[in-house]
Design a protein around this ligand. Structure first.
Ligand SMILES: [Zn+2]
Length: 330
């Protein structure tokens, strides 16, 4: 088979009418200007043909031959497996669809698996003093709208002392636990901050009928600290906004995210999984400390009762109460 085209001498722009003989297997022969220039097919560089552009053959000695894409040229390229990936994809809508699906799959698995996994690793690698100062910053921000606790210093110290005593009997925690007492009009609530601070609002302390009920709630918050839930959530959110910022070139999201840590912390509850993990921690700790986890179930019931009509933060961010009462009851 002969292809009619144009040839260019090495390092020259002079054009020649030429023919390329492809009839011999694995061999190219260029007939130009009364000469025949041959080479092994594997040593020739054949330009990746895009759409309808001419195909370019470059010989090892520098001769170049170009030919329009005719049906026979395409057939020869196809049978010599030199058609480009783009050509193949164009010819194969299914391949496009598959590659689009693969892209979607990659993004989804990044979001659902790689991101949580990375957040988990990063949260565990954050040095304690950084976690503590992050917690302190959040507390500073929260303190703008909260007041000092009305509980007596004696009562505060008594609770802190009892909790410290409990901690000696529990599994080691990533951070030392420090209770902080505050008053707020937001209702009975408690929070675990990155770095080991637990905030107890006066209404939560008042809601507990006895020390076991109060301890069950404190232990739930210690469960959040044990699992580093808040830190993981903040890292997760930061990684996501950093990722989005990198993808879109929009960097203000990162700054907003860091500046809004306190607000973020207040308005976002833990995930259902995180709550269940903290419940399990509290239940097991209550069983080993008091031989019963019933006070936790009682506390959940009291919270639910107290806010029967108006759904408070603690309930809305601590989902599926009925189910959780069942789960922590013996
Ligand atoms: Zn919780």
């Amino acid at each position: 088979m002969l292809f009619d085209g144009t040839a260019f001498a090495p390092r020259s722009s002079q054009r020649y009418i030429a023919q390329l003989d492809v009839s011999q297997a694995n061999q190219l022969s260029l007939r130009v200007d009364g000469d025949i220039i041959s080479c092994d097919l594997q040593y020739a560089d054949i330009s990746a043909p895009l759409g309808k552009l001419p195909v370019k053959f470059t010989f090892p000695n520098g001769w170049v031959f170009t030919v329009e894409r005719t049906v026979s040229v395409n057939q020869w390229l196809a049978s010599n497996k030199r058609s480009s990936l783009v050509d193949k994809m164009e010819a194969n809508g299914l391949a496009w669809l598959l590659s689009a699906l693969v892209c979607v799959g990659v993004v989804l698995s990044l979001y659902f698996y790689v991101l949580p996994w990375t957040s988990d690793k990063v949260a565990k690698a954050v040095p304690s003093h950084i976690a503590v100062s992050l917690g302190d910053k959040i507390l500073q921000s929260l303190d703008k709208s909260w007041q000092e606790s009305k509980l007596s210093a004696e009562k505060q110290q008594k609770i802190q002392k009892r909790v410290s005593q409990h901690l000696t009997q529990l599994e080691a925690l990533p951070y030392p636990i420090k209770l902080e007492f505050r008053a707020s009009d937001m209702g009975a609530n408690a929070f675990a901050l990155p770095g080991g601070k637990i905030i107890l609002l006066d209404d939560m302390v008042a809601l507990a009928e006895d020390q076991q009920q109060l301890d069950s709630i404190i232990l739930h918050e210690i469960g959040h600290i044990y699992h580093r839930h808040m830190l993981k959530k903040l890292v997760h959110s930061s990684l996501l906004s950093v990722g989005v910022a990198l993808l879109t070139g929009e960097s203000s999201g990162v700054v907003d995210n860091l500046a809004g840590l306190g607000v973020f912390f207040l308005s976002n509850g833990h995930s259902r999984e995180a709550e269940l993990e903290a419940d399990v921690f509290s239940k097991q700790a209550m069983l080993s400390l008091y031989g019963t986890s019933q006070p936790l179930a009682e506390m959940f019931e009291r919270l639910q009762e107290q806010y029967n009509h108006d759904v408070p933060e603690w309930l809305s961010t601590h989902p599926d109460f009925e189910q959780r009462i069942q789960a922590v009851s013996e």
